[in-house]
Design a protein around this ligand. Structure first.
Ligand code: RB5
Length: 153
């Protein structure tokens, strides 16, 4: 199951992403807003990311104006590797090498056709593993160690 979420700025792309997921036969759930009224993307990014981190969703696609706010929010959730992509090469490599589990797209940056291409590649590309698994583990250890260093607060 793919978590699909968006803020008001990402709403324009949601139909395209939903159609793509349907075409690809991937089950998905809409966790975003369906109104153009301004909302706070950190709430939406966090909710979807927590769903991915808990295993409720395999992966996620987050849509906002630039993709950046959603990605920053999602990456604060333990276990999340969210990438903003506006090109196909980065989308492919973020799966092959980084095992990204959430894709963030900027609806004000990429047009619908490019967004669909990026998302399709990202969804179809597996993680390569091997030496990349060690590096991904190192990334996740930064998360573990920095929360230890921060202490209970
Ligand atoms: C909303 O105006 C915009 O700030 C948001 O969609 C996103 O681009 C933030 O990073």
């Amino acid at each position: 199951m793919i978590a699909l979420s968006n803020d008001h700025a990402g709403l324009t792309l949601k139909g395209d992403m939903a159609a793509l997921l349907e075409e690809m036969g991937l089950p998905w759930k809409d966790l975003g807003v369906n109104s153009p009224e301004s909302v706070d993307y950190p709430i939406l990014g966090r909710r979807a990311a927590e769903g991915v981190a808990s295993g409720e969703y395999e992966r996620g696609i987050l849509l906002c104006g630039t993709g950046v706010g959603m990605a920053l929010s999602a990456n604060k959730v333990r276990g999340i590797r969210c990438v903003v992509c506006s090109d196909c090469y980065t989308a492919k490599l973020s799966r092959l090498h980084n095992d990204a589990n959430i894709l963030a797209l900027g609806a004000r940056v990429v047009g619908p056709d490019l967004a669909r291409m990026i998302a399709r590649i990202w969804l179809e590309t597996p993680f390569e593993g091997g030496r990349h698994a060690r590096r991904v583990e190192m990334i996740m250890n930064i998360e573990r160690d920095s929360s230890r260093a921060a202490g209970p607060g």
